[in-house]
Design a protein around this ligand. Structure first.
Ligand code: F0G
Length: 403
């Protein structure tokens, strides 16, 4: 039992109303459950492996889900990285290990299932890449057409390859992500096409399972802090909700400090948190090597600011150099291959530990949101190229040992 509620004016809407924002005040919507009717079986929760649909009682889908086995991603204890950062207990939740290589699968298994439930025949999104890849793949699994709008020239190669191969109609927009999102919202309001950006409250419900899984994998305890990259600001909101729900249902007894990291060239949420502003000031020309979070006008900003403030978390920005260093550290100290946006979590944690905002005795979970192979071109730019040698043992010895 659930319905939709505006986070600004409190207006309520039935669960099957085709609506993305409040029709009275245009505020963001949240999915509200009757928690008194939800009984979780703790024995079952403790014995089953984590996955998105393990937590189905807390998901707003009333049909067989469209699934390719998303969630259940590893939570690694990272001792070498913790030592480098100077913190006692560090875990990395590697969302790049989802079937399409990013956390977006959690939202899309729920969102595309919802599209079918509502009788929608086509789905669409704007994307910096990962959302489009996930939507193309879940749309293919569901057997419905997919339309994706991408900012031309600013989407990592692996993500475009996925959207193309899985059969989406891919449009490259001469504009940035914020332009593409505005356009797809107009398109979906004019046509019977279901919008699956994170303004869709049902999609975010799938992503809250990251919070459930972190608690689950730590033996139904929560870390002091969760650090993650922030772009359109849906994920931080969703994960906070997951932690809030587990606490409300008595599964856990605390909520971690939600800590959002953005790239310096694209950080309206960080600026609002630091200045104490109620709203963000959109950035017209966002720029960063972390193309996944190259977003100047995050649509879920109001929700994200609440999540950060209510959980007594914070937000920080990092430079492209810091992002690349963290990406290499994850890869070389822990064997965790991530795309640049994902590495912002670790870069941000390092900065916050160095500046004394994060205590060295905290237990921290960093979320790495997308896989290294999403953006091979960036890797080729920042790493030494392969050494070309003659097919002779002497040449190989020379290259390795210099003699
Ligand atoms: N990390 C990665 C790898 C992403 O692809 C995104 C968002 C984020 C972090 C930020 O998450 O938007 O919920 O704050 N990518 C979207 C996309 C915008 O289109 O793929 P957020």
């Amino acid at each position: 039992m659930y319905h939709l509620k505006c986070i600004e004016c409190g207006a309520e809407y039935p669960k099957d109303e085709l609506i993305y924002t409040c029709s009275k005040c245009d505020g963001l919507l949240d999915v509200i459950y009757d928690y008194s009717s939800i009984k979780l079986d703790m024995e079952k929760l403790k014995s089953e492996c984590p996955s998105v649909w393990k937590y189905a009682k807390l998901l707003p889908v009333d049909r067989e889900p469209v699934t390719i086995k998303e969630g259940g991603t590893p939570l690694y204890k990272c001792e070498r990285l913790a030592e480098k950062i100077g913190i006692k207990a560090l875990y990395v939740k590697h969302e790049g290990m989802n079937p399409t290589g990013s956390f977006k699968d959690r939202g899309m298994t729920v969102g595309v299932s919802k599209a079918l439930e509502l009788g929608m025949k086509t789905v669409a999104c704007a994307s910096t890449g990962n959302t489009s890849a996930a939507l193309a793949i879940y749309g293919a699994k569901a057997g419905i057409p997919v339309v994706v709008l991408l900012p031309e020239g600013k989407v990592a190669l692996g993500k475009v390859a996925q959207a193309l191969m899985h059969g989406a109609k891919v449009l490259s927009i001469r504009g940035n992500f914020d332009d593409a999102l505005a356009l797809v919202r107009t398109l979906c309001s004019q046509e019977k096409i279901y919008l699956l950006n994170s303004i869709n409250p049902f999609r975010l419900e799938g992503q809250k399972t990251i919070g459930f899984e972190i608690a689950d994998q730590l033996g139904f305890k929560v870390p002091d802090r969760v650090v993650l990259p922030v772009g359109n600001a849906g994920n931080i909101t969703a994960i906070h909700k997951g932690f809030r729900e587990f606490k409300k249902l008595g599964v856990t007894d605390a909520i971690p400090k939600m800590t959002g990291i953005q790239a310096e060239g694209s950080c309206p949420i960080v600026k609002a948190i630091k200045s104490g502003a109620e709203n963000i000031k959109p950035e017209k020309n966002p720029e960063t090597v972390a193309t996944a979070i190259r977003i100047g006008n995050p649509v879920n900003a109001r929700k994200a600011l609440l999540a950060i403030r209510k959980s007594e978390g914070t937000a920080e920005s990092v430079s492209d150099e810091e992002i690349i260093e963290a990406q290499k550290d994850l890869a070389r100290l822990e064997g965790i291959g991530v795309e640049p946006a994902s590495a912002t979590s670790v870069a941000g944690l390092k900065k916050l530990v160095d500046s004394g905002v994060v205590r060295r005795d905290e237990t921290v979970v960093c979320i790495t949101t997308g896989h290294l192979l999403k953006d091979p071109e960036e890797v080729i730019k920042i790493c030494e190229p392969p050494i070309v040698v003659d097919a002779k043992i002497e040449a190989i010895r020379e290259a390795i040992f210099g003699n």
